[in-house]
Design a protein around this ligand. Structure first.
Ligand code: SF4
Length: 271
């Protein structure tokens, strides 16, 4: 079985700055460098399909244990400090595998103060310092090039500059990434598999909570005392950048508070 080069935590972070060309161009992700379509991780599409089938009914902890064994040292966990992501940090901690995973977050420069406070609580609780993955352009440089408050005029471009392209560069150092997406969250996520090929970013994607319902996430949070963003208690079921996130009314679609006024439900990382 083909094995990829094993990046260390330091080299994974270092490769970000080496690959970051600081152009901040709005080119498509598939043209941002490297070969689009190739999949790192050493698994053929048939093997991935087999693992997806085997893990479809497995507990999230079992799926994480498999990912740790399969991709140890070449595995990243995307953490936006929403409840699902911190549940995964907690599970990895309980499995004793957190030090084999690079936990990272997309530092768009536009997070709520509560999100940063949650990051600090997670760091203290689990002894992990999430890597900040930053865009090529500062907010000031973005405003100078594309105009002020780009998110209010062209959120797709803003997400591409501040989230999708930085993520693409960062993930080049890994064979697989773990995400907290769940099928019930958006129509685009309804078909997500437990283990799947992520052709956009060129690696294996592991979604251990994909079958879980919202209530299962919160039952886990409460049972294990998992730290969570206090905005969840103030009507924010889904929390992203501050300019693009609003609270929702009880019973409203949980994603209704994201990108209000636009036909947009995804930032481009998962769809
Ligand atoms: S969520 Fe909003 S502010 Fe954040 S990157 Fe996307 S468009 Fe920009």
């Amino acid at each position: 079985m083909q094995q990829d080069a094993v990046p260390t935590r330091a080299s994974a972070g270092g490769s970000l700055s080496r690959q970051d060309d600081r152009t901040g161009s709005a080119r498509p992700v598939r043209d941002a460098g490297g070969q689009a379509g190739e999949l790192r991780g050493g698994l053929s599409p048939q093997e991935l399909e087999r693992w997806a089938g085997r893990h479809e009914t497995a507990a999230p902890e079992e799926i994480l244990a498999w990912a740790l064994e399969r991709f140890s040292g070449r595995l990243a966990l995307a953490c936006s400090f929403q409840a699902e992501d911190v549940v995964l940090v907690d599970m990895l901690h309980r499995l004793g595998g957190l030090d084999q995973v690079t936990v990272f977050y997309l530092e768009t420069g536009l997070h709520f103060p509560e999100t940063h406070a949650t990051r600090q609580r997670v760091a203290r609780r689990y002894g992990v310092e999430p890597v900040a993955v930053t865009p090529a352009l500062t907010l000031e440089e973005q405003a100078a090039r594309y105009g002020d408050r780009l998110w209010a005029r062209d959120p797709d471009l803003c997400c591409r500059l501040r989230k999708v392209e930085p993520l693409w560069r960062f993930l080049q150092g890994f064979s697989a990434w773990i995400t907290g997406i769940r099928r019930e969250q958006t129509p685009a996520r309804a078909g997500a598999r437990v283990v799947e090929a992520d052709r956009r970013f060129g690696l294996v994607k592991v979604n251990p909570l994909v079958r879980w319902k919202r209530d299962e996430v919160w039952a886990y949070v409460q049972h294990h005392g998992v730290p969570y963003n206090p905005l969840h208690d103030r009507g924010y079921p889904s929390i992203g950048c501050a300019p693009c996130t609003r609270p929702v009314a009880p019973g409203q679609d949980p994603r209704a508070g994201r990108w209000g006024g636009f036909q947009k439900t995804e930032c481009g990382l998962h769809a």
